[in-house]
Design a binder for this molecule. Structure first.
Ligand code: AMP
Length: 227
C-alpha cells in the first residue's frame, strides 16, 4: 500500500487548525481532502436546496443532522479512488459508526485518527482573530497571519470578513457542541487503537512536524511490508 492509499481522520475542536494541517497532509501524501464544513459552505454560497437546509444550523453553531451529513459523505467517498483525509467528519458517534459501516462494506479501514488538542480559551482567542475572503476562501488571522494590507485578501484583493460562525458567541456555542457531541469520539477511536493525539496550541509548523512524525512511520512500515 502506498501513501496514496492512506485513510486518515483528523479530529479537533473548532479553531484547532484542522484546515491548515489537512491541506499540508493531503499535499504531502497525495490524499483527497474531504472537509464537510467546506462542502456545506459551498452549498450555502451556491444557494442550493442542501445549502438552504444546512445554512441555518451552521449559522447558530449547531451540527447539521447526522442523516444529512452521512448521505453527503457516503456519496463523496463513493467517488474517491485513492487515499483520503476526513476533516470535520465524523463529529458524532452515529457518524463514526456510519463511517465504519461504509468502510467495512468497501473492505477498507481507517489507518490513523489524528486528534488536535486545544484549551477552549486559546480557541476563543485564536478564532476571534480569524478573517476570511468570501471570494477565494483564503483564511487569515489578525494576530498570527495578518494580510499584507488590512482587511484585504493577499491572493485576490477581496474584502475580508469575519465569518458568522467565527464570532465569539458562536465559537463558544460550537465548543460546547464539540465537548458534548465530538469529544466522545476520542474515546471511541482510542478504544480501537487508532487514536494519536497532538498538542494543537503550538505553531502550525510545529504541529505539522508532530503530525508527520506520526504519519511518516505508518507510510514507511507499509512500504517495508510490501517490499
Ligand atoms: P467546520 O468548518 O468543519 O467547522 O464546519 C462548519 C459547520 O458545518 C459546523 O459548525 C456544522 O454546523 C457544519 N458541519 C460540518 N461538518 C459537520 C458534521 N460532520 N456534522 C454535523 N455538522 C457539520
Amino acid at each position: 500500500m502506498s501513501a496514496a492509499d492512506l485513510r486518515i481522520v483528523l479530529l479537533g475542536c473548532p479553531g484547532a487548525g484542522k484546515g491548515t494541517q489537512a491541506n499540508s497532509l493531503c499535499e504531502r501524501y497525495g490524499l483527497a481532502h474531504l472537509a464537510t464544513g467546506d462542502i456545506f459552505r459551498g452549498e450555502v454560497a451556491a444557494d442550493t436546496a442542501l445549502g438552504r437546509e444546512v445554512g441555518a444550523y451552521m449559522k447558530r453553531g449547531a451540527l447539521v443532522p447526522d442523516e444529512v451529513v452521512n448521505k453527503v459523505v457516503a456519496a463523496k467517498l463513493d467517488t474517491l479512488r485513492g487515499g483520503w483525509l476526513l476533516d470535520g467528519f465524523p463529529r458524532t458517534l452515529p457518524q463514526a459508526r456510519e463511517l465504519d459501516r461504509c468502510l467495512e462494506g468497501a473492505g477498507h479501514k481507517i489507518d490513523v485518527v489524528l486528534s488536535l488538542q486545544m484549551r477552549p480559551e486559546e480557541v476563543v482567542r485564536r478564532m476571534s482573530g480569524r478573517r476570511s475572503c468570501p471570494a477565494c476562501g483564503e483564511v487569515y488571522n489578525v494576530q498570527s497571519r495578518p494580510p499584507k494590507a488590512e482587511g484585504k485578501c493577499d491572493k485576490c484583493g477581496g474584502a475580508l470578513v469575519q465569518r458568522e460562525d467565527d464570532k465569539e458567541a458562536t465559537v463558544r456555542q460550537r465548543l460546547k457542541v464539540y465537548e458534548e457531541m465530538t469529544q466522545p469520539l476520542v474515546a471511541y477511536y482510542r478504544a480501537r487503537g487508532a487514536l494519536r493525539e497532538v498538542d494543537g496550541s503550538r505553531s502550525p509548523d510545529e504541529v505539522a512536524q508532530a503530525l508527520l512524525g506520526i504519519v511518516d512511520p505508518i507510510v514507511s512500515s507499509r512500504s517495508g511490508a510490501r517490499a
